[in-house]
Design a protein around this ligand. Structure first.
Ligand SMILES: NC(=O)c1ccc[n+]([C@@H]2O[C@H](COP(=O)([O-])OP(=O)(O)OC[C@H]3O[C@@H](n4cnc5c(N)ncnc54)[C@H](OP(=O)(O)O)[C@@H]3O)[C@@H](O)[C@H]2O)c1
Length: 258
């Protein structure tokens, strides 16, 4: 049985991006405190104005999540100052093998793993002791449907999102008896700068607002896995269980090979 959770204080990383910004606006209302992180301070300031206009109190942090020491200091400071009900670890980057299929650069691979995996695990490690003391809290990890199957165009991105998916699943079971909820979010294609930069087909593209509404609802119901849209979720799930030769053939037919 799921039960409704209405968080009062919400921390969102990557709030300056498409999905993060839409999530901030989805939670912004009187009585809520939003703690918003990003690197783009101009976009962060715009978002503060938009969220405050909706009645929310807003705190910001201009932090590079790849700088684990900086991230850790910032998180410890915000958690020491207030109780935080929900943390959405959403900051992320993507890379691909290039239009000529040459392959991913090592710098890009490092950026993907440091941002999408290491910073998420580091943040979780810092946050958990605070939530444990309180016996309460919720952590949402933004994975992707790309976690179900390795897409030839984006090897390290798929690997990073698969890592976060299983990490979240493991934490969820382990922490449930302590009152801490962990949710894995697996979006399909959602309008954002990251999505625009990606080559390849983008079937069932959703707006960021729609994605944010569905994520917020899923988190309120403490759904273990919040994955959408249905057709792509269903299709990519099957790709993870088919024999690999069949999956490879389907990916080639659908032009996902770069
Ligand atoms: N859009 C999709 O189709 C899709 C699908 C599945 C999953 N996702 C996931 O959804 C999440 C949000 O992506 P999005 O689509 O909204 O992309 P986006 O618009 O490009 O936003 C990415 C966000 O991550 C932040 N970020 C990246 N590197 C950072 C760093 N080193 N330090 C701090 N912040 C950093 C960016 O902040 P600054 O710009 O301020 O640096 C930005 O706020 C990502 O985890 C992504 O993998 C997206």
């Amino acid at each position: 049985m799921s039960h409704m959770v209405s968080p009062s204080t919400i921390l969102i990383t990557g709030a300056t991006g498409g999905i993060g910004g839409a999530l901030a606006l989805a939670y912004a209302e009187t009585g809520k405190t939003l703690i918003l992180q990003g690197r783009n301070s101009q976009r962060l300031n715009e978002l503060v104005n938009e969220c405050e206009a909706l009645g929310a109190r807003v705190v910001t942090g201009v932090v590079d999540v790849r700088q684990i020491e900086e991230l850790s200091i910032w998180l410890k400071s915000v958690f020491s100052q207030q109780e935080i009900d929900l943390v959405i670890l959403n900051a992320g980057v993507n890379t691909h093998i290039g239009l000529d299929g040459a392959g991913e650069s090592w710098d890009a691979v490092k950026a993907v793993i440091e941002t999408n995996v290491l910073s998420v695990m580091a943040a979780t490690n810092i946050i958990l002791p605070f939530m444990r003391v309180r016996g309460k809290g919720q952590i949402a990890l933004i994975s992707s449907l790309a976690a179900y199957v390795g897409l030839p165009i984006t090897p390290s991105y798929c690997a990073s999102k698969a890592a976060i998916k299983v990490y979240g699943e493991a934490l969820r079971v382990g922490l449930s008896s302590e009152g801490i909820q962990v949710n894995v979010v697996m979006p399909g294609y959602v309008e954002s700068e990251m999505c625009r930069q990606m080559p390849g087909p983008k079937p069932f593209l959703w707006t960021a607002d729609k994605a944010a509404r569905v994520i917020k609802k899923g988190l309120a119901h403490n759904q273990a896995r919040i994955s959408f849209p249905f057709p792509l979720n269903f299709g990519t799930w099957w790709l993870s269980v088919f024999p690999s030769a069949l999956t490879g053939w389907i990916l080639r037919v659908l032009n996902y090979v770069g």
